[in-house]
Ligand binder design. Structure first.
Ligand code: ZN
Length: 279
């Protein structure tokens, strides 16, 4: 017998990543957030401990996309990066042969680190992508400079800064792989939340990211996850929302956000067009 299912409430128009003060703040800097902390991180230290403490925020800050759907005790930013890192370890051999895989794992661990101060700004929050990128770059400069610049000669900090930039620029094969893993991790979580909420939450809006996955190996995993989703909703005698229900505006917003700002986006599009037989 099927569980009685209520109609899902519509998602909230924006997440809570950005407070009204931050949206109107003339010029956001890491200090906009730092000055609100009860404990100010010690800068210029030769110890990494102040940085380790700041990282706690990745464990306590929730991924905002889910909160719009009233999933309150959802995953943290650290949760998301942890599973991504593990997924990189399972890179199929033919693809792994073309990649520096340990670089990919480290990139997965670092790519959303700036959200420790910036928060998880999502496509619906009204912060333009260039402004989001500026805030994140300034946060990484703060973490890797004032906080880590004197730790171990600043080498580990400089390495993290370079990894973050490589992901952001999205021009190398390693960064393309990690961008695909980022989307795959989101699809896994989407299906898991729908199951956990026994069909009371329809997260079909997020299925759009599957269309933006580029590498064939990752596309295959995404197709497997979406097939699981179809089976789940079919068993519940319900038709969930899917690609056709997502507005053109939301697709455009998401496209800008889920991809890096590098030139690779254009070449990825060409690859996809070829793959799907488009001209
Ligand atoms: Zn991510």
């Amino acid at each position: 017998m099927h569980q009685q299912m209520d109609m899902a409430a519509p998602p909230e128009p924006t997440s809570r990543a950005v407070t009204a003060a931050e949206t109107t703040d003339e010029r956001w800097t890491p200090n906009t957030v730092l000055k609100t902390l009860t404990e100010q991180p010690i800068t210029g230290s030769t110890s990494p401990v102040p940085f380790f403490h700041l990282l706690e925020r990745l464990k306590t800050n929730k991924r905002e996309g889910w909160r719009r759907f009233r999933i309150e005790n959802g995953e943290s930013i650290a949760d998301h990066m942890y599973r991504m890192s593990i997924i990189t370890l399972f890179c199929p051999p033919a693809l792994a042969a073309r990649l520096d895989l340990s670089r990919c794992t480290r990139m997965a661990l670092v790519h959303d680190m700036a959200e420790s101060l910036v928060g998880d700004i999502t496509p619906v929050d009204g912060v333009p992508k260039p402004e989001k990128s500026r805030r994140e770059a300034e946060t990484m400069d703060y973490l890797c400079g004032p906080l880590l610049g004197r730790v171990g000669g600043g080498l580990a900090g400089a390495d993290m800064r370079a990894l973050w930039q490589e992901y952001e620029d999205s021009k190398t094969p390693e960064s393309h792989f990690v961008h695909d893993v980022d989307k795959l991790e989101l699809l896994l979580q989407m299906v898991e939340y729908e199951r956990a909420h026994q069909g009371r939450v329809d997260l079909g809006e997020f299925s759009y990211v599957a269309t933006r996955i580029v590498l064939p190996e990752l596309k295959a995993w995404a197709a497997e996850i979406l097939a699981e989703r179809e089976r789940f909703w079919a068993a519940a005698n319900r038709t969930p929302s899917g690609l056709e229900d997502i507005s053109v505006q939301h697709k455009a917003q998401s496209k800008e956000y889920y991809e890096g700002s590098g030139a690779a986006v254009a070449s990825d599009e060409k690859t996809m067009a070829v793959a799907s037989g488009e001209k």
